[in-house]
Design a protein around this ligand. Structure first.
Ligand SMILES: NC(=O)c1ccc[n+]([C@@H]2O[C@H](COP(=O)([O-])OP(=O)(O)OC[C@H]3O[C@@H](n4cnc5c(N)ncnc54)[C@H](OP(=O)(O)O)[C@@H]3O)[C@@H](O)[C@H]2O)c1
Length: 252
């Protein structure tokens, strides 16, 4: 089997675009996400287009037992993972702290922080056993700054930033590369998920400027993953040209 990339949240947006790019580059893929139908459709498409070998595993990253059971259940040959893309994540709501929806907070913390940890705990041990690997964590500019009403989402992405640094130190003796990629505004299903299906409100986020698209991030992640083995990109922030900070967007 060729090199293997395991991508969490491959059913949409950045994760799906990464699946396309890594398939194009000859990787075999383990694709995960909750929406099984989308995983099946994507796997069949990539297999036809690139003749890619693909394993799919449908689970909720925020459910510790599901993560354990599903990753344990992957056939042994597929555990020889070269690149883990910790991409599954989401934002829920945009409320001031005093009005925050506590269920939204739990979902973001459970997915963006605990989910990333559950997956990394298992896959980093496979990598240690295999003597190689690269973990690429999807952070955000929300992990580098804080914006109005972004409170808990920003806190989860600050946690990803800290975990990225911590993993890099802890995995150093094992030669495992660790990188965080922190995008600004990328037009995916992200805002639709944040606003719970309100497409109009989601669309307004990208009004009047050219946001990044998932492909921009996937190509950047490919750049990071395809550096020579002695090169580790620790931290990469990528923005639309029209965006300077989270709240500073030049709209026409
Ligand atoms: N779009 C942006 O502006 C932006 C900016 C900075 C950072 N990011 C980060 O980039 C990552 C990808 O987001 P995106 O923009 O591509 O959004 P997206 O289009 O909504 O995709 C999110 C992906 O995460 C998966 N996911 C969410 N919750 C999950 C769970 N509990 N278990 C398993 N998978 C789960 C979804 O799959 P299922 O629903 O099928 O499970 C989906 O495949 C996220 O970590 C996000 O925070 C996005």
């Amino acid at each position: 089997m060729s090199k293997i990339a395991l991508i969490t949240g491959a059913t949409s947006g950045i994760g799906e675009a990464c699946a396309h790019v890594f398939a194009r580059e000859g990787y075999s893929l383990v694709l995960t996400g909750r929406r099984l139908e989308r995983l099946e459709k994507l796997a069949s498409h990539l297999n036809k287009k690139y003749d890619t070998e693909i394993a799919i595993s449908s689970f909720d990253v925020s459910d510790r037992a599901q993560v354990q059971e599903n990753l344990d259940g992957i056939p042994e040959a597929w555990k020889n993972v070269d690149v883990l893309i910790n991409n599954a994540g989401l934002s829920q709501g945009l409320d001031p702290i005093q009005n925050g929806n506590i269920d939204d907070w739990e979902t973001m913390i459970d997915t963006n922080v605990k989910g990333l940890l559950y997956v990394s705990r298992i896959v980093s041990n496979w990598m240690i056993e295999n003597g190689k690997g690269h973990i690429i964590n999807l952070g955000s500019i929300a992990g580098k700054e804080v914006y109005l009403n972004g409170n808990v989402y920003c806190a989860t992405k600050h946690a990803v930033d800290a975990l990225n640094k911590g993993m890099r130190i802890d995995l150093l003796p094992h030669g495992i590369r660790v990188t965080a990629v922190h995008p600004g505004a990328v037009e995916t299903e992200f805002s639709e998920v944040r606003f719970k299906g309100d497409k109009e409100r989601a669309k307004k986020v990208y009004d009047g400027f050219e946001p990044l698209v998932a492909q921009d991030i996937a190509e950047t992640i490919w750049f990071v993953a395809s550096r020579p083995a002695h090169v580790n990109i620790n931290d990469l922030v990528i923005m639309p040209t029209a965006q300077a900070t989270a709240g500073n967007i030049f709209r026409k």
